[in-house]
Design a protein. Structure first.
Length: 345
């Protein structure tokens, strides 16, 4: 692992991962390959080039573009691909699934083909706990559970996982997959619930809780997720998948209480609104395989929410321009005409 192609490296988790690798692996060079969609921002990588010099390079490109992918692999003598590039937001996938099929399915296929044709490159796929679908009762998902996705987003990510495994079985491509729980932390686009609610609260706007707010998620700190991916690259078993999360969930209303308390904002900001279509009520990961590899998270979900709230409070100059741009139209589309929860019952 010397020349690592980090696709989607200008997005939330990708930019945190780039910094993690360059900081913790002095032998590694990182080449970010990113289309710079609404979610990908060069500001997310500010200071990286100055700090790490020639060990870091940026290429603007689409993972669906075979020629551009192959040119980049050849130019930088890539030996490892870590694929973060994706359309990632469930509510956008409900509005328009097309880009999800293009990037998350076709784009992953293009990268796998390039990896196979250009020297059997090491390939790591960044996947999600959402591929397991809604998890009933007290059960936790283990890595060899069936994939039962229920949203266009999770269906496209599950399809990619199946292709990655097929390339290992069929062509002996050296692959691993990680399935992460909800990440939070610096540089997350404010469409996702935690940064949305924090930035709404800091803007004296209501917090639109979908439905009854009893849905459960495992909110892990992004730095913990990045450390786990790094460990899989170094020590993971080829052909295996790894769940990454804290292993404990909380309800959305519990998450809201914590962030309001950290920001010293009133509970009266909470507004229950019409539920998301096909809303998965609970994800829950068994992370013992990752723990056995020698990793453990530094942050509990509560600590992660508090640290994230402080980062957004202190970094308005990063998120305010986003909220004043494309995001405004998106917000109007998703929330503008949304009924209150009571009106839907
Ligand atoms: P993000 O939306 O913040 O960033 C996605 C990045 O991919 C952006 O930089 C975007 O420009 C880039 N991109 C999109 N389409 C592209 C294309 N066709 N070609 C090249 N680049 C393209 O996403 P994120 O939250 O950082 O998620 C990264 C990965 O982690 C995704 O694969 C996602 O499915 C997975 N994941 C996310 C979470 C989470 O909570 N955010 C949890 C588990 C897994
Ligand atoms: P989100 O951040 O979109 O991640 P996921 O992909 O896990 O759905 O949403 C996390 C949870 O928060 C999920 O149960 C949906 C809920 N949610 C709201 O209640 N209101 C919102 O405005 C958003 C975006 C999400």
């Amino acid at each position: 692992m010397q020349n690592i192609l980090v696709t989607g490296g200008a997005g939330f988790i990708g930019c945190n991962f780039v910094r993690h690798i360059l900081q913790h692996d002095s032998a590694a060079n990182v080449i970010v390959y990113d289309k710079l969609t609404y979610a990908g921002r060069l500001e997310n990588l500010a200071g990286v080039s100055e700090r790490f010099g020639p060990r870091y390079n940026f290429v603007r490109g689409d993972i669906c573009d075979t020629a551009s992918v192959e040119r980049t692999i050849a130019e930088f003598n890539i030996d490892t691909i870590v694929n973060f590039a994706a359309e990632t937001h469930v509510d956008r996938s409900i509005l328009d699934p097309d880009a999800f099929v293009q990037t998350d399915v076709l784009g992953t296929y293009v990268l796998l083909e390039a990896a196979r044709n250009m020297g059997n490159l090491r390939f790591h796929q960044i996947s999600t706990d959402e591929v397991y679908g809604h998890i009933e009762g007290r059960r936790r998902s283990v890595e060899n559970d069936a994939l039962l996705p229920r949203s266009p987003y999770s269906a496209s990510k599950a399809s990619a996982d199946l292709f990655v495994n097929a390339y290992h079985t069929t062509y002996d491509l050296p692959v691993t997959i990680s399935r992460g729980a909800n990440n939070i932390g610096p540089f997350q686009y404010p469409e996702k619930v935690v940064p949305l609610f924090i930035t709404n609260a800091l803007s004296a706007m209501s917090l639109p809780v979908f439905g009854d707010g009893q849905q459960m998620r495992d909110y892990q700190y992004v730095a913990d997720h990045c450390a786990a991916i790094h460990l899989i690259l170094k020590q993971g078993s080829i052909g295996e998948s790894y769940n990454i999360g804290t292993g404990s969930e909380m309800t959305n209303l519990e998450m809201v209480e914590i962030l309001l308390e950290e920001l010293d904002k009133p509970r009266s900001l909470i507004l229950h609104v019409e539920d998301r279509q096909g809303h998965d009520r609970r994800y829950s990961l068994d992370v013992s395989k990752m723990l056995a590899l020698g990793w453990e998270p530094d942050f509990t979900p509560e600590e992660a929410i508090r640290a994230t709230a402080r980062w957004y409070r202190d970094n308005r100059s990063w998120w305010q321009p986003i909220r004043d741009g494309e995001f405004k139209d998106y917000y109007q589309t998703v929330y503008g005409a949304r009924k209150t929860y009571n009106e839907t019952r």
